[in-house]
Design a protein around this ligand. Structure first.
Ligand SMILES: [Zn+2]
Length: 490
């Protein structure tokens, strides 16, 4: 999601389906052709509804620790927390006679607000919730958009109104466990829109997918501007939260979320699912960059990871890190050094026979498959059939400017066009391969040699002089045409 607009640039869930053939159940890999053929119609319908479901907007879950920034923001913004408090984690809290454990059961010891977030300490969050109190906590849940639809421009958004406690129904124990994201439900789109407001100076934008509608002639019929709905917190509270979320990645539970060259903030989450028998978990990670002026947010949720030990937020963290490290350069997220390099993907090679990237004029790597990405501004060289810019690679609408280079630079003089050339020729040469020092005009498939004058044909191994035309030639003819041995035949 674009942090400053609420635009959703990418959204996906698994099991997925083939958009071009949405009724193909085998696409998921969950069913074989035989199994699908043996299915009753109603089972097929049920299975299809399940793969068509969009988890991001239609399913709810307990957010777990990714909710902690919301609790801290509620406390700071309401003034119930000053931000300079210190907490002590002995591994658990007791509320109304019930012991509620911290994830680190041995206890985190003394923590300030930043380290409580960075270390994801449940005890410190519960202690914050005592100060925040039920009315303020529930008021801010509503301010951040929980318990209501976001109004995203997609069908099937779940009505989330009954998934939260109200100030009247919440007990002290509910408040305590809610503070670290347990015992109430959210959707991914609520979480993403809410966290974007927390890191974007409190500005809450309505999440949306559609930018514009075009007609069959490609003319824009309608444009949708980002919609600012409300101010959830002040820019000052937002700045503090960004600092805490940077600490999570710098020195807390998400050090491995770092992406080389970028200033990344984020929050991990591990939520034990019902029944709470320590078997099934939902793990998640929210990551964004750059921390001071956030541009992109990536949110990954894995519901019941298919592994032995599910209680490992690293599964979501690693996936999110892998996405961020590809998406940040693709989108052009600003780096730590203030620059932003956008990756440009070669959509079509067109009539190019090779492309290579060279840095600082040193030898580069030859890469000429469509789909290959280069940094915008990279020193890209390519070879075309002729000088026409129509033959340049298709960079997906991006103007690579003067970075392209066509032709060969093997020391030829004059015009040369072809697939390969190793040679020092003089004059015009056209063909597939040429290894040779020829003089004059040469046209054909292969040439190994030092000819003088005009030569046209399929193969030539020889130092001919004058004009020669034919299929094969293996000796040093002088004038004429045909298939060698005197070259008189055609
Ligand atoms: Zn703790």
């Amino acid at each position: 999601m674009e942090v400053k607009t609420g635009r959703i640039l990418g959204m996906g869930s698994y099991p997925n389906f083939d958009l071009n053939d949405p009724r193909d159940l085998t696409f998921t890999g969950m069913y074989t052709r035989e199994q699908v053929d043996a299915m009753k119609e109603e089972d097929k319908t049920k299975a299809l509804s399940s793969i068509w479901r969009n988890f991001c907007i239609s399913d709810t879950y307990e957010p777990g620790s990714t909710y902690k920034p919301f609790t801290v923001a509620s406390g700071l913004e309401s003034g119930k927390l000053a931000g300079n408090e210190s907490f002590y984690c002995g591994g658990y809290e007791i509320i109304d006679g019930v012991q509620v454990k911290c994830s680190h059961t041995a206890g985190h010891g003394p923590l300030d607000v930043e380290m409580a977030v960075a270390e994801s300490c449940n005890a410190a969050l519960m202690q914050m919730s005592y100060k925040i109190g039920i009315p303020t906590f529930t008021r801010y849940q509503s301010i951040f958009g929980f318990g209501k639809k976001t109004g995203i421009d997609l069908p099937g958004e779940v009505n989330a109104a009954k998934l939260l406690y109200t100030a009247d129904t919440m007990t002290d124990l509910d408040l305590a466990v809610n503070s670290f994201g347990q015992n109430f439900n959210v959707t991914m789109v609520q979480m993403a829109a809410g966290i974007c407001s927390i890191i974007n100076d409190g500005k809450y934008y309505q999440p949306h997918l559609v930018d514009r509608i075009v007609n069959s002639d490609g003319e824009t019929v309608e444009t949708f501007e980002p919609k600012l709905l409300k101010q959830t917190i002040s820019p000052e509270t937002s700045a503090n939260l960004r600092k805490y979320l940077r600490a999570v990645v710098e020195k807390g539970t998400a050090i491995s979320a770092k992406v080389e060259g970028y200033d990344v903030g984020g929050k991990t989450g591990t939520a034990e699912k019902f029944p709470r028998n320590k078997i099934n978990y939902l793990v998640s990670f929210l990551g964004f960059a750059p921390v001071d002026e956030p541009e992109l947010l990536v949110y990954v949720v894995i519901d019941e990871p298919n592994v032995e030990n599910q209680a490992n937020s690293k599964l979501a963290l690693d996936l999110c890190q892998a996405i961020m490290s590809r998406v940040f350069p693709y989108y052009g997220v600003t780096k730590l050094d203030g620059t932003s390099t956008r990756d440009v993907t070669m959509v079509d090679v067109n009539d190019v026979s090779w492309v290579y990237e060279s840095e600082n004029n040193t030898e580069g790597t030859e890469i000429w498959e469509p789909g290959t990405s280069f940094s915008d501004g990279a020193d890209v060289h390519f070879d075309t059939e002729d000088d026409s810019s129509d033959d340049y690679p298709d960079w997906g609408g991006v103007d690579m400017g003067g970075d392209g280079y066509y032709g060969s630079d093997s020391g030829d003089t004059g015009e040369w066009t072809g697939d390969e050339d190793t040679g020092g020729d003089t004059g015009e040469w056209t063909g597939d391969e040429d290894t040779g020092g020829d003089t004059g005009e040469w046209t054909g498939d292969e040439d190994t040699g030092g000819d003088t004058g005009e030569w046209t044909g399929d193969e030539d191994t020889g130092g001919d002089t004058g004009e020669w035309t034919g299929d094969e030639d293996t000796d040093e003819d002088t004038g004429g045409s045909g298939e060698d041995a005197g070259y008189t035949e055609d």
